[in-house]
Design a protein around this ligand. Structure first.
Ligand code: GLN
Ligand code: ZN
Length: 760
């Protein structure tokens, strides 16, 4: 059996591409050298896959920033404002990716959005009137030939037209329907060129197919692909889907003239059933995505071989073993994780280890005709591994989860009653002012943290330093006149890592970077076992900060859904169970904060929206039904006097407003400054009950907002929000900003609130 990889990470084992690009951005590296680094990385990645025994190796999965952006540029989707800069092709590309400020002009980047249900961000393509839709680039052909010159046959992988058109923004006079013909013919030109270059297989990625589709979507898909399939010549075209099953178009897709179809058996809960019910055409190759491209656990060989055996019982089509999606979403290699004990390490497979698994599984599957593969040493070793994960079960945690009574997640009394009690207890003015939690992480703070990590300063010295920082930020917030203060989060590098490091059940890596966007990478912690809190995590910082002021000091925690969504979850128990364990741990912290005299507690759910299932029909049952109760469990034990806040870094929750209200927080802050406040209409329309702090200014920009513009934003908000429900705050934490920007901005914000109060 052959083995195929959908896509391979490109940032480099030691993030070589990140560092080279960043040097190029700072004009410290010439374009030719950046290109050289890129070539070296591509060659290294192809060679590695070939040496591991992968038969179908992707090319064109490389990108300097983002492959969606690459595809847009390849087909001429370059908006006018970038064209007029008159930069080189590479710099125009980077201007679209990151914005440009210099002699040639001043333009924002294309917006970024989360790539389907992952934490990776893509640049949203834009089709304006300047778009000349045609094949204007050669990247996939160049990279195919580059590999070929190195003696490696690859399958060029390109984002397909159906997904591209559905992801794009239309800002000119043309809408989606107007660009179908030119785009399909541009893709057909590309296919012809690749075919002429000798490509055996060409992979077109269409993750949009796993979403809810109707007849019109399917008709559009057919129209796009007719000319493409006609253009293939001697090449074979693989339709690659991932991030779910294609239940709405499975039969349509099987009826089209593709040479291969890539199906996701990991996230595609109905994939196996679809194949069993409707069969799979014999004249096509099935690329069976059975090795998880999104998580870091070793593959369960017996399950995988079992699935392959079942598939072979149902179809005579040739099967190629594949990753379920690109390996972009997992780190490179375990090789550098030398601090991880072997009894842990052997349970993980990052991208490189997954290559070995694919090759090994393909060999085992080969045996299916003759032998029982389960008796081979490889299968036996894997079976032994699956049974044995040290320290992953904590009976006490499990017993506690089970013992939570059914009603325990309902906070009493009801929110309107609490609202009255809290207004009296906290004595806050109308339009109370606050911030989202973090204050600038200065160079000094980062360097002290690094010195502590390297053992250059003692824990005591480090904590003294942090206390000084807290005292200073409390003093300045008092001076500016904010109403609800924060301690500044100086002790945290990251809002998930900080808690993960203090909770039992997590494992940390040192170099396991995953690209988040462009040159930015994250290092998600791994949830290894049952999660619990051995001791308080934030109480000493919050109570120290509270001791410095009479104003309420807001305790600051990360919520269970966000901790889960920004970690690698377990596969041996459902994520809903893990989330409940985390919820109980955070609940303990909430109650300890309350007992220590903290009267306002914010539980951030910055990533709650992110893992909302791709199909609307799955939202409630597959996600909200457990995610929202997990949040409720965190604060349901609080006294009515304690005010619970939550925060979300986005405002695209118009579709799930009832669920957000059901979180039953007392106050929610969210991003609003860039979204034209549309969300407020939806809140009013849905009779949203929670008090709201729509961000009054954008912290993602270095600009200092004037008192007047904040006043105007508040006035617009008051058209939609009752005065006794409106909070005044920036739209996110301030940690990425400088003090020089933060304090004048907050001063203006407080002044705007005071003025508004005076008018009442
Ligand atoms: N409390 C966090 C902060 O202010 C929230 C960060 C976030 O929403 N991403 O930094
Ligand atoms: Zn935020």
């Amino acid at each position: 059996m052959k083995a195929s990889v959908v896509g391979f990470p490109r940032i480099g084992r030691l993030r070589e591409l990140k560092f080279a690009c960043e040097k190029y951005f700072r004009s410290e590296l010439p374009a030719a050298q950046l290109d050289q680094t890129a070539r070296e990385l591509r060659l290294a990645h192809w060679t590695m896959q070939r040496d591991a025994g992968i038969d179908m190796i992707p090319s064109n999965d490389f990108s300097f920033y983002d492959t969606t952006l690459d595809t847009a540029v390849l087909f001429g989707l370059v908006p006018q404002r970038y064209r007029v800069l008159g930069l080189s092709a590479l710099d125009t590309y980077f201007a679209m990716a990151r914005g440009y400020q210099g002699e040639a002009g001043d333009v924002h980047a294309l917006p970024m959005k989360k790539w389907f249900n992952t934490s990776y961000h893509y640049n949203v393509p834009e089709i304006d009137d300047a778009a000349e839709i045609a094949l204007v680039g050669t990247k996939p052909i160049d990279e195919y030939l580059e590999a070929k010159a190195a003696g490696i046959e690859t399958k060029p992988a390109i984002l397909g037209p159906f997904t591209l058109l559905n992801l794009a923004n239309y800002t000119g006079s043309r809408q989606l329907a107007d660009v179908v013909e030119p785009l399909a013919s541009a893709y057909a030109d590309l296919i012809t060129r690749l075919s002429d270059a000798g490509a055996g297989w060409i992979q077109l990625d269409e993750p949009w197919l796993v979403r809810d589709l109707d007849k019109r979507d399917i008709a559009l898909f057919r129209r796009l692909y007719a000319p493409i399939l006609d253009a293939r010549g001697n090449s074979r075209v693989l339709l690659q889907t991932y991030f779910g099953d294609i239940r709405d178009c499975y039969r349509d897709v099987c009826a089209l003239a593709f040479d291969g179809i890539g199906l996701d058996f990991i996230e595609g809960v109905q994939t196996a059933e679809l194949v069993a019910n409707y069969g799979f055409p014999q004249d096509k190759v099935m690329f069976a995505g059975l090795v998880n491209g999104k998580n870091i656990w070793r593959n369960h060989y017996a399950h995988t071989i079992g699935t392959i055996a079942a598939l072979r019982g149902g179809t005579r089509a040739p099967i190629v073993l594949s990753t379920s999606c690109s390996l972009l979403h997992v780190p490179y290699t375990l090789e550098h994780e030398t601090q991880l004990n072997d009894s842990y390490r052997c349970h993980f497979a990052f991208a490189e280890e997954k290559l070995a698994e694919l090759a090994e599984l393909a060999e085992l599957a080969e045996l299916l005709d003759r032998d029982d593969p389960s008796s081979t040493p490889a299968a036996k070793a894997n079976a032994a591994l699956m049974g044995a994960r040290p320290d992953s079960v904590d009976e006490a945690v499990r017993a506690r989860v089970v013992a939570v009574p059914a009603g325990a997640q309902t906070r009493l009394p009801a929110r309107p009653v609490r609202e009255v009690i809290q207004k009296k207890e906290l004595g806050l003015p109308l339009f109370p002012t606050t911030t989202i939690g973090s204050f600038p992480q200065t160079q000094e703070i980062r360097s002290m943290r690094a010195r502590r990590r390297h053992g250059e300063i003692s824990q005591q010295r480090y904590e003294e330093f942090l206390r000084d920082q807290i005292a200073e930020v409390v003093r300045r917030q008092d001076e500016v006149g904010l109403d609800v203060l924060v301690h500044g989060e100086f002790e945290r590098n990251d809002m998930v890592e900080y808690f993960g490091e203090r909770l039992d059940g997590f494992v940390f890596t040192r170099f396991a970077w995953v690209q988040s966007y462009g040159t930015r990478c994250v290092k998600p912690p791994i949830i290894w076992g049952d999660v619990s809190r051995p001791k308080p995590m934030t109480v000493s910082w919050s109570s120290y900060a509270q001791s410095l002021t009479d104003k309420p000091m807001k305790g600051m925690l990360t919520g269970p859904v966000t901790i889960l969504n920004w970690s690698f979850p377990r596969e041996d128990i459902p994520v809903r169970d893990t989330t409940r364990q985390i919820a109980l741990a955070i609940r303990d912290e909430v109650l300890d904060l309350e007992a220590a005299g903290i009267r306002v507690i914010q539980v951030d759910e910055a990533a709650l929206r992110e893992k909302l299932p791709l199909r609307r029909s799955d939202w409630q049952r597959e996600y909200l039904d457990w995610a929202i109760p997990a949040f409720n469990l965190v604060h349901s034990g609080c006294r009515p006097e304690t005010q619970i806040h939550t925060h979300m870094c986005y405002s695209e929750f118009a579709d799930i407003i009832p669920a957000i209200d059901a979180m039953d927080a007392d106050v929610i802050s969210f991003e609003a400054s860039r979204s034209e406040l549309e969300i407020l209409d939806s809140l009013a329309h849905n009779r949203f009950e929670t008090e709201v702090g729509p961000g009054v200014y954008d912290i993602h920009s270095p600009r200092i907002p004037s008192e007047r513009e904040i006043g105007e934003a508040l006035a617009r908000m008051l058209d939609k929000v009752a005065p006794d429900k409106l909070w005044v705050n920036p739209d996110c934490g301030l940690k990425t900003r400088s003090n020089a920007e933060v304090w004048p901005s907050l001063r203006n914000m407080v002044a705007a609130a005071l003025k508004l109060r005076a008018q009442r």
